[in-house]
Design a protein around this ligand. Structure first.
Ligand code: GLU
Length: 472
């Protein structure tokens, strides 16, 4: 069998981590089998679908590296096809027109509720052979088989059986002729030759309806895998209340796609106790049958931990390119300053996200706007003047070609020796002078990255500041 899977988001909101995990599982299933992965945008709910959401989905997929072989297909481009199938179902006797008014349906519902039975359409139009022109406001309903049951073997949840008596004669076309959700999904899964439907377990109740529709169309029934929900730490379904849930927001916050993917793959799936997976390892080891039935709890700290790990161990140049996007977003020009790969090397052990790296190292590319008040108070006393003046002269002597972190360190050591003070007496005010604050990588690396010209200028600025502050 040719393995073809799909991801079929409705563009009514951003791509959230739950959707991304479903997409990932579906993608892995296809990639592992050497099959195809299809992207289908289910945009028939025109009121709630937006172009911004479509863009967010496409960008999210792209960022996460979930490449698709076909699509994106848009359901709104396929209305003719849905209508064709609706007509066929009518002609084949699998569907019928129903002209029951809203009032009648409401009344029916009311009576059923009062009688304590599950409200559903009583099928009174099923055999009336109503023609659409007779009545005006007609919907098309599907003739759900009256007896028997639908059985399918969910790849995650196992045997599932639903009695047909539990099901309604569902509407497949509204009175304006537009197709309804289950009809479009069944038609598309068939037309797109989908072999495996991987989707959220909130769709489980749609599956029997879609199986009936697929049978009526004469289609092959795909295999289904309903992925459990992602929960917040309070056990409730993950939502905005729990913090960031949008995939693109993680990008903005400085997470790496690989870290997020690695986190998501482990959320409800495992291969022994392995935690860190490269893409290829995921593809090799993934088995949809090993996805847990139970919901998984989203743990932001673990994701952050993984992100830090990927920052520590990732390719320097790759991380540098990613870091550039954060500086660009911050409006910081990095053309005058150290190579970003060097910034990564200096900061990768210190920070957990790229955004944190960008924010902590922005002094390398921009003049210091505000100095940290505490640091100034502590390090810019009158006693700092002499060490700063001395180190400024020493750095003036250190030519551009000699500007290496090792030479910088030696210069500070020698100056400290000459002044007969500890290295900290020079290092601390120097750090505040160069960065505006009291925390940065080792002083020689910091100075090296700031560069000779900027270093001399910033020391001069600090000396002036100290003199003004301490003048009577
Ligand atoms: N469009 C549905 C959603 O976004 C998914 C439908 C499906 O995968 O069958 O929840």
């Amino acid at each position: 069998m040719k393995i073809r899977t799909r991801f079929a988001p409705s563009p009514t909101g951003y791509l959230h981590v739950g959707g991304a995990r479903t997409a990932l599982f579906s993608w892995l299933l296809a990639r592992k089998a050497g099959g195809q992965f299809v992207l289908r945008i289910e945009d028939t709910d025109r009121e709630r679908s937006t172009q911004a959401a479509v863009d967010a989905i496409l960008q999210g997929m792209d960022w996460l590296g979930l490449d698709y072989d076909e699509g994106p297909f848009y359901q709104t481009d396929r209305y003719d096809r849905y209508n064709e199938v609706i007509q066929e179902l009518l002609e084949d006797g699998h569907a019928y027109y129903c002209n029951c008014s809203k009032e009648l349906l409401a009344q029916m519902r009311e009576q059923q509720m009062q009688a304590g039975v599950k409200p559903r359409y009583d099928r009174r139009c099923r055999d009336l052979n109503i023609k659409p022109d007779q009545s005006g406001d007609c919907v098309v309903r599907f003739k759900t088989p009256l007896g028997g049951s639908v059985i399918f073997n969910d790849l995650i949840r196992g045997h599932i059986e639903i009695k047909n008596t539990e099901l309604d004669d569902l509407i497949i076309a509204r009175s304006d002729g537009s197709p309804t959700y289950n009809l479009t999904v069944a038609v598309d899964d068939n037309d797109m030759a989908i072999s495996h439907v991987v989707r959220g377990e909130d769709h489980i109740s749609n599956t029997p309806k879609q199986i009936h529709l697929l049978n009526a169309i004469g289609a092959q029934i795909p295999q289904y895998a309903h992925v459990p929900m992602i929960l917040g730490e309070d056990g409730k379904r993950l939502s905005k209340r729990h913090g960031a849930v949008s995939v693109l927001q993680y990008r903005e916050e400085g997470y790496l796609a690989e870290a997020l993917i690695n986190y998501l793959v482990r959320l409800g799936w495992s291969a022994g106790d392995k935690e860190i997976f490269s893409r290829n390892e995921m593809i090799d080891l993934f088995e949809i049958e090993n996805v847990n039935k139970a919901g998984s709890i989203f743990n932001p700290e673990k994701l952050l931990w993984l992100n830090q790990l990927y920052i520590k161990e990732g390719d320097e140049q790759f991380l540098a390119n990613e870091l550039q996007t954060h500086f660009t977003a911050m409006g910081v020009d990095t053309s005058e300053g150290p190579a970003l790969a060097k910034v990564i090397a200096a900061y990768r052990e210190r920070e957990k996200t790229l955004k944190d790296i960008a924010q902590s190292s922005v002094y390398l590319f921009q003049e210091i706007g505000v100095y940290d008040e505490k640091a100034v108070k502590k390090c810019f006393g009158e006693k700092a003047l002499q060490p700063l003046q001395a180190i400024s002269s020493a750095f003036t002597e250190l030519e551009d070609e000699m500007w290496t972190s090792e030479n910088i360190k030696q210069t500070i050591l020698q100056t400290a020796e000459t002044l007969n003070v500890g290295m900290g007496k020079i290092g601390q005010p120097l750090r505040v002078a160069l960065t505006g604050g009291s925390s940065s990588p080792s002083i020689e690396i910091t100075i090296f990255l700031v560069g000779r010209k900027r270093t001399l200028q910033r020391i001069a600025d600090a000396i002036a500041m100290i003199q003004t502050q301490n003048s009577p």
